[in-house]
Design a binder for this molecule. Structure first.
Ligand code: PRP
Ligand code: URA
Length: 208
């Protein structure tokens, strides 16, 4: 699949297995989401643009590089919040924008209830964060919103995707790179990923 990057990293596979476990409690669940998000972000940022730079060490001058990109991290509320800290730690100068969406239980369509972004026009790349890509409705809506805000380069970072979600996101936004830890079998008849991990927001925030 073009633009879809499934992590093959052993640490990601190991941590995702623990995350899926039904007996994993919210504290451990939060730690694992944070750590997996960090590892996914490491892989997803391998193509960031650099500028040459020199730095004075105690011993002389070394040739180096500085990041050229201005990055926005955009969690989809609620569950995407669990991915912010790990990624932000690695790129502390990034801005964090928010998009609040929930799925209507009857038709699974995303309903927007919040958004906040900075309109400086300087951000060159947005990393959209959401652990679950199920029908794809939320990710598609979030990309629509980012593009309305003028964002031209988007990478979606997620933990588990259903094939249906990837297909929907690629059909609506073929320019968006999808970085994912695992692609599961299918959706069930109420739109949950099988085998998945259950409801990511509830497990993260202990609202089961
Ligand atoms: C979950 C998840 C995604 C969405 C994925 O959020 O975090 O945002 O469902 O489903 P989709 O691909 O079919 O749109 P949910 O709507 O349960 O809200 P929550 O994070 O507040 O629990
Ligand atoms: N949202 C979740 O949190 N889990 C799913 O399996 C599907 C959507």
């Amino acid at each position: 699949m073009k633009n879809v990057y499934q992590s093959q990293h052993p640490l990601v596979k190991h941590k995702l297995t623990k995350l899926r476990d039904h007996s994993t409690k919210p504290k451990k669940f939060r730690e694992l989401i944070r750590e997996i998000a960090m590892l996914l972000a490491y892989e997803a940022t391998a193509d960031l643009a650099l500028d040459e730079a020199q730095v004075e060490t105690p011993m002389g001058v070394a040739s180096g590089a500085v990041l050229l990109e201005k990055i926005g991290l955009v969690p989809i509320l609620r569950a995407g919040l669990g991915m912010v800290d790990g990624v932000w730690e690695m790129m502390p100068s990034a801005e964090v924008w928010h998009i609040g969406l929930y799925r209507d239980e009857t038709d699974l369509k995303p309903v927007q209830y919040y958004s906040k972004h900075s309109a400086d026009g300087q951000t060159t790349l947005c990393m959209l964060l959401d652990p679950m890509l199920a029908t794809g409705g939320s990710a598609v809506a979030a990309c629509d919103i980012l593009k309305q805000w003028g964002v031209t380069r988007i990478k979606f970072l997620g933990l588990i995707a259903a094939p249906e979600g990837i297909a929907a996101l690629q059909a609506a936004h073929p320019d968006v790179d999808v970085h994912i830890a695992a692609i599961d079998d299918r959706l069930n008849d109420v739109g949950y990923i099988v085998p998945g991990l259950g409801d990511a927001g509830d497990r993260l925030f202990g609202t089961v």
